[in-house]
Design a protein around this ligand. Structure first.
Ligand SMILES: [Mn+2]
Length: 485
């Protein structure tokens, strides 16, 4: 699957996309319909609006908004296969953890590069080239999603930058507010690699920082730009690794960045590191609230290149669950084996949709010593983007963390609030509107495991209610006619 159109064809074959030919507006109307669709059980279907008022580009929404569509996108029958597939790909057979495994993973990170991006001349994304005065964002059906939004926002942009220090590429998904036909906001949060590249350019006195933005591409490419990868791993190689096929890249026409050749649309341009920031937002966000307006760098458009009949893919965020929950779920599955290398006691974890990724994580562990849960809490706060997690709840290995009801029930029974809560402080997501100052604030860890006698608990923890398998088998045989089983 090379591009977004291939994926749309696959969705058509599987009855997973609704085609809407009636005229529809990108201003509030398509977003509201998309939201209704995303709120249907199991994420509804994808939608393709072929007749969008004011432009010739069709808009595709909710392409990835269900477990079934994600499975189609990644060529698996069930997303449960993903962690094992990742383990196999990086050559991990067991989760023994420790330094040896971490070193072997670093070796395997080089293995990622066995599917390196492949350079081509021109390509699908450059079938039509419009530069300078001919390039206009007005050609793109950018969605204005919520009535209180500061303007229309590109919601699935893959923002491509390159470190001026080590030349490593980054591709991150940072929303872009359209200011006018030639400029947008560049909303890279301070923790993200795009922002780091901006700081590097500024520190080195480079005024004009090249930036390209790809829109549309293979599902693995789009997913990879949302993945919380360490800065040393570039998203083109990671995409190749995920889809087991090289990403084709081509040189942009108005700067020197290499862009994905199979994107639907490439916005080429730059950020001027000496230009004052411009006010961006508010934006109806994935927290279910408007994220606050703030000042960010400005992206200047120098060219738009596209394929012949580009489709504009977009998403709409809002009160969870929405489509982005499924991207997050993908990350949860892909990163489980990687978390387990660092913290091998982790059995499972879950980011429930209402926790909007950074607010809440359930973790189950194989507990081996007193206060083990607290070790895991501190460990997670120190690991990559998990540093932004506001609340972590740790339970024992037998608890199903994918069942919120069960995990909360067990936790509330097991905790003594004075003994089992730890408060911390650290970096928070920029979108956390409760943080006392932007992106910094308090954290809560809850040890919901059974306490051992040597954990300052004078009484033994009782067993959970359960009936034996053999008794239940006999009961089922005798009373099956009641329809209770
Ligand atoms: Mn990155």
């Amino acid at each position: 699957m090379k591009n977004t159109k291939d994926f749309i064809e696959l969705l058509k074959k599987n009855g997973e996309i609704v085609i809407i030919d009636a005229p529809a507006s990108a201003h509030l109307e398509i977003p509201a319909l998309a939201e209704k669709m995303m709120k249907k059980p199991a994420g509804g279907k994808a939608m393709l609006f072929t007749n969008v008022e004011g432009t010739r580009m069709p808009v595709a929404v909710n392409l990835f908004g269900s477990k079934r569509r994600l499975a189609l996108a990644f060529g698996v029958d069930d997303l449960k296969e993903i962690p094992d597939r990742i383990r196999k790909l990086i050559g991990l057979t067991k989760n023994t953890g420790g330094l040896t495994n971490i070193l072997s993973l670093l070796g395997e990170a080089k293995g990622l590069m066995h599917v390196p991006p492949k350079k081509v001349d021109g390509g699908y994304c450059q079938e039509i080239i419009k530069r300078d005065d001919a390039a206009s964002l007005d050609d793109v059906p950018i969605l204005h999603c919520w009535e209180g939004d500061g303007g229309p926002f590109i919601t699935l942009p893959m923002v491509i930058t390159k470190s001026p220090r080590d030349g490593i590429y980054n591709m991150g998904m940072y929303r872009m507010q359209k200011f006018d036909a030639k400029t947008t906001g560049m909303h890279w949060h301070r923790h993200k690699v795009g922002a780091r590249h901006y700081r590097e350019h500024k520190e080195m006195g480079i005024k004009r920082m090249p930036v390209c933005v790809a829109i549309g591409g293979s599902p693995a490419l789009i997913y990879s730009s949302t993945a919380p990868l360490p800065p040393q791993i570039d998203e083109y190689a990671f995409t190749g690794f995920l889809q087991d096929e090289n990403v084709r890249i081509t040189k942009a026409v108005t700067n020197d960045l290499m862009v994905p050749a199979d994107a639907e649309i490439i916005l080429e341009g730059y950020v001027d590191t000496e230009e004052p920031y411009r006010r961006e937002g508010p934006f109806g966000d994935h927290t279910g609230y408007y994220s606050l307006a703030d000042d960010y760098p400005v992206f200047h458009l120098t060219a738009i290149t596209t394929c012949k009949n580009p489709v504009y893919p977009a998403t709409v965020v809002g009160v969870p669950p929405m489509e982005d929950y499924y991207f997050g779920h993908m990350t949860e599955r892909i990163f489980l084996p990687i978390l387990q290398i660092m913290l091998p006691e982790i059995v499972e974890y879950a980011m429930p949709s209402w926790g909007v990724f950074h607010n809440f994580v359930f973790v189950s562990i194989k507990k081996e010593f007193p206060s083990h849960a607290k070790k895991v809490i501190y460990g997670l706060w120190g690991l990559g983007m998990m540093m932004l997690t506001k609340v972590i709840v740790v339970v024992d290995a037998d608890v199903n963390v994918h069942d919120d009801h069960e995990a909360l029930w067990v936790t509330l029974n097991n905790i003594d609030p004075k003994r089992d809560l730890v408060f911390g402080e650290g970096p928070l997501d920029e979108l956390d509107h409760a943080a006392p100052i932007a992106a910094v604030g308090g954290k809560l860890g809850i040890d919901g495991t059974r306490k051992w006698p040597n954990e300052a608990n004078v009484r033994e923890y009782p067993d959970k209610l359960a009936r034996s398998e053999s008794f239940m088998n006999d009961l089922r045989k005798k009373w099956n006619h009641l329809g209770l089983f």
